[in-house]
Write a protein that binds this ligand. Sequence first.
Ligand code: PLI
Length: 466
Amino acid sequence: MTRRTSWAEPWKIKVVESIKMTTREQREVAIRDAGYNTFLLKSEDCYIDLLTDSGTNAMSDNQWAGMMLGDEAYAGSRNFYALESAVQTYYGYEYLIPTHQGRGAENILSKILIKDGDYVPGNMYFTTTRLHQELAGGTFRDVIIDEAHDPASEHPFKGNVDLDKVKALVAEVGADRIAYITIGVTVNLAGGQPVSMANLREVSTYCHDTGITVILDATRAVENAWFIQQREKGYGDKSVAQILRAMCDLTDGATMSGKKDSLVNIGGWLAVRDRKVAEQAQNLVVVYEGLHTYGGMAGRDMEAMARGIVESVQDDHMRSRIGQVQYLGQKLIDAGVPVVHPIGGHAVFLDAAAILPHIPRDKFPAQALAAALYVESGIRSMERGAVSAGRDAKTGENRYPKLELVRLTIPRRVYTQAHMDVTAESVMEVFDHRDKVRGLEFLYEPEYLRFFQARFGTVGGDGIFA
Ligand code: PLI
């Protein structure tokens, strides 16, 4: 019984969508017209779209059936109660406030919990999360372990919080100036790296003893639960659903982008245990999102998410979801392409600083690598380096995070292993011609979340390849 070692997806395909290959000449024009920013490309000009796993998932027949059961009442839609029940069952929080997507929840939470001058520690920043904290008058402090900033470190839980860094912040500013701590699981910008249950428990115990609220960024918490099952002693015989619940039980609330783990195309939520915070959130959601029983989502979207949550916590789903990411990552590791180790949950991250050492950080090697990969192959990826990090809110200087990465993000249930093979070969092709890739400089830089809409020009000649 040892011959069968492969896994296969726990589904078969019922509907397909055509994708088209373009010529290199067409792609050279498209990327130039897009200001060398993959966010500004037209989707139809992309062959394999690995820009993000956010809202790009394929829904199941069961979810589509649920869409037909949308109760589009302005107030009290039955689909809200289905979603509320799914969140209570699988995440365990008592009060659910739906939002149009994750950043809607971040906005509301930041406005409620942050006072001007407060600090908000977190295990590495996320773009929208930090911006909402700053807009609410807070200052973000990174408290992730040092290993997270080292692409080569094989630490199995690189998303862990360094409790000494939290303690140092408490000693510096006082616990009453700390609005709350955000724990991202998994940590997107560290490479989709997980947090261990032991670390979550240790941080939760310390914070609760010190009077600090613990907020989970639950966006990819189910993927985190899978890593705990696979890597942490004592969890090998627990289900993903049990581990997810145990993680959430250590925290006071969560913000959620349903567009990732929950296998839908839109939606999010804020969930808390404290009734007073829930009341404030239910009041604010009316101002920014919609009534507290839809929060910017259609009834059908809430139904699809309720059903997606149940599907997302199935062990066989998670095995194939993360298995596919690992498959791509291993191919690149075997080919000697520098990537973030270990391979994370939702994406393979190319180490652009190591691949393009001839491009200085202020000429944005990761942005350039993403553009080069597109021209080479039609594959769309995303910069996750200095452009994403933006400028310091106080000094206005560019931030240069240690990690300068390109993210090959895998949508859930969308592409096959054959697409992963083509992706790996395309990355290898660019890797072979890496010394020809040109750096970039800003032509247009928007004030907020610049990576979405910035435009660039190539340095030292036309075209991304010399
Ligand atoms: O895109 P939203 O507004 O639904 O969610 C914001 C958000 C919050 N936390 C984390 C960890 C995210 O990854 C996140 C969104 N991520 C995007 C869009 C991504 O491409 O990774």
